[in-house]
Structures are given as structure tokens and as C-alpha cells.
Design a protein around this ligand. Structure first.
Ligand code: FES
Length: 322
């Protein structure tokens, strides 16, 4: 069971609502009603589930400077590692959860036009982003916003009423209409536009493939399924911890994060699946096999995510983030 990170807030589950058969919405508040640390749309919080796992969930409401609550949606993933099932089965109104301050690796950046592509529960950060942009539009300064919301059917679609028929939104159910061809939206690269995609790995990979001719900086993805830390090719390697000179062997059946922790190197982590950006380390030397979904190509020259990344061969020289 991971230790609860220092600095966690202890928040009361103030509301619980079943949005669909598999998705529950939880509203978390300070027990004394104090305002919470602020965030911008696209942010997530990490929390410790009653079963002891640390999991990250996007905040589904537009950002605020001093929010009164955080709202998250949790999809039950019966085939997952148990965190979502525990939140569904073990959490009731009145319980207290340890929750980290919001972090944001999927923030809105300036653009004249936005295209959001959300698959299933990937709508959660996108909902916050679209709402924030529409607030700006209502103030008369809004860019153009389009949303493609892809789900299997009506029954599994959260916030259906909010997006169905809404201006600039297309809700597409694959069980009814088949797979949506995204090419018409992505064929023409546009340096004034940004594409944000959040959803399952297959959708994220499809969008990355279809935008290969776009400038990489205009395309932002978040894969809520994350990366299997022990997936793919697993060559043993050595991590050299530069502050102490310690040499840490990372076996084929261990992640870099686990090996460092076993060696007494404290590395903060949250999602442990390459999506949240918490376990970022400086890469001083070595050829890393990056597997995260956070770092840009530029950042990959000097940084590495310890939870999922490995070395192509030989050794990596690492240091804590500045
Ligand atoms: S812990 Fe989230 S990216 Fe590594």
C-alpha cells in the first residue's frame, strides 16, 4: 500500500451521484468548508482509494481560484487494478479521502480555434475545458470551440444532455452509427488551432497518427488508460542516482520507480501509469526508452518519467527535479 503523500488534503465526500451504471460522480469538500487550492481546466487530483491505491482523476468542472469543492467522475473498471472498484463500492457520503492538490499536464493553451476529441470517460477534463472556454465566449472573447464526443451508446454517455445538440458539439455513438472517421476534422493542419484528445489508448493513437502532419505543439493528448509499467520490451539496466552516486539495478520485472524506491531513493508518484507527470526526474545522461504520455519530444531530451520509462540499454544518470 503506498504511503499517503505528505501535503494531502483530507476531504469529505459531500455528494455521490450515479451518472450511469458504471460512472459515479463524487464531490469532495473541506470538512470545515474552507476553500480548496485553485486549478485550471484540464487539471486532475490524485487520491488514495479505500483499498490503498493511488489514482488520478480529472476535475470535471471549470477551473476556479478558490473552489468550494472538487468534482470527479470515476468509471468502474472491473478489469483494472482495483482502485476504481474500491471508489465505487467502498465510498459513501461522509467518508474522508486523502487528496493531493490539483496538478495539470493537460492545460488549455492559447489558440484561435479548439477541437476537442473525447472518448468515453475521457470527456471529464474536456468538459471542464469546454466550459471554461464557453465562459470566455460569453464574456465576448471566446475562440471557436468544437467537440467530438465518442461513446458506445446513449446509456453509457455521461453528461449526454449537456452536449447532445449543443452548438459546436457532435455526440457520436459507435454502437448505433459505427466508427466515426476523424479525418475530415484533422486533414488540414491549422497553426491557429489546437487539438485536445482524451480517451482510451486506441483513440489517442488514432488521433496522433492522423495529426502526424500537424505541428506537434498543436496536438495534446491524455490517455486515461495510462501505460502498463511492465508492458513491452523489458531490458534490465542500471540507474545511477547522481546526488549520491548510487547504482541501482532495474530488473526486467521491475519498474524504474520501484527499483529507486527499494534503493531508498524517494520519488513522488501518483498515477504510476505515465499520465500525470508527478514522477518526473532529470535525465543527465543515457538513452531513455520513454513510454510516458506527458513529456514533449523536447522535454524527453532532459527528463524522464520514472514510473513507466526504462533505458534502451546500458545506464541512465538521473537526478531529482529542480
Ligand atoms: S506517477 Fe504519474 S507519470 Fe509517473
Amino acid at each position: 500500500m503506498p504511503a499517503e503523500p505528505s501535503g494531502d488534503l483530507h476531504l469529505l465526500v459531500a455528494e455521490r451521484e450515479e451518472l450511469t451504471a458504471d460512472v459515479v460522480r463524487l464531490v469532495l469538500r473541506d470538512p470545515a468548508g474552507a476553500p480548496l487550492p485553485g486549478y485550471r481546466a484540464g487539471a486532475h487530483v490524485s487520491l488514495t482509494t479505500p483499498s490503498g491505491q493511488r489514482r488520478s482523476y480529472s476535475l470535471v468542472e471549470p477551473g476556479a481560484r478558490r473552489p468550494e469543492h472538487y468534482a470527479i467522475c470515476v468509471r468502474r473498471d472491473a478489469g483494472g487494478r482495483g482502485g476504481s472498484v474500491s471508489l465505487h463500492d467502498d465510498v459513501a457520503v461522509g467518508d474522508v479521502l486523502a487528496v493531493g492538490a490539483p496538478a495539470n499536464g493537460f492545460a488549455l493553451r492559447r489558440a484561435g480555434r479548439y477541437l476537442f476529441i473525447a472518448g468515453g470517460i475521457g470527456i471529464t477534463p474536456v468538459r471542464a475545458m469546454v466550459a471554461e472556454l464557453r465562459q470566455r465566449a460569453a464574456a465576448g472573447a471566446g475562440p471557436r470551440v468544437e467537440l467530438l464526443y465518442l461513446t458506445r451508446n446513449r446509456e453509457e454517455t455521461v453528461f449526454l444532455d449537456e452536449f447532445s445538440g449543443a452548438d459546436g458539439s457532435l455526440v457520436h455513438h459507435s454502437a448505433v452509427s459505427g466508427r466515426l472517421d476523424l479525418w475530415p476534422w484533422l486533414a488540414e493542419p491549422d497553426d491557429d488551432a489546437r487539438v485536445y484528445c482524451c480517451g482510451p489508448t486506441a483513440l489517442v493513437e488514432e488521433v496522433l497518427a492522423l495529426t502526424a502532419h500537424w505541428r506537434p505543439s498543436r496536438v495534446h493528448v491524455e490517455d486515461f488508460a495510462g501505460v502498463d509499467p511492465l508492458g513491452g520490451r523489458r531490458t534490465p539496466f542500471t540507474a545511477v542516482w547522481e546526488p549520491t552516486g548510487a547504482r541501482v539495478e532495474v530488473g526486467a520485472d521491475s519498474s524504474l520507480l520501484s527499483a529507486l524506491r527499494r534503493a531508498g531513493v524517494g520519488v513522488e508518484a501518483s498515477c504510476e501509469s505515465g499520465t500525470c507527470g508527478t514522477c518526473r526526474l532529470r535525465l543527465l545522461a543515457g538513452d531513455a526508452d520513454h513510454r510516458d504520455l506527458v513529456l514533449t519530444d523536447e522535454q524527453r531530451r532532459t527528463q524522464v518519467m520514472a514510473c513507466v520509462s526504462r533505458a534502451v540499454s546500458g545506464e541512465l544518470v538521473l537526478a531529482p527535479p529542480r
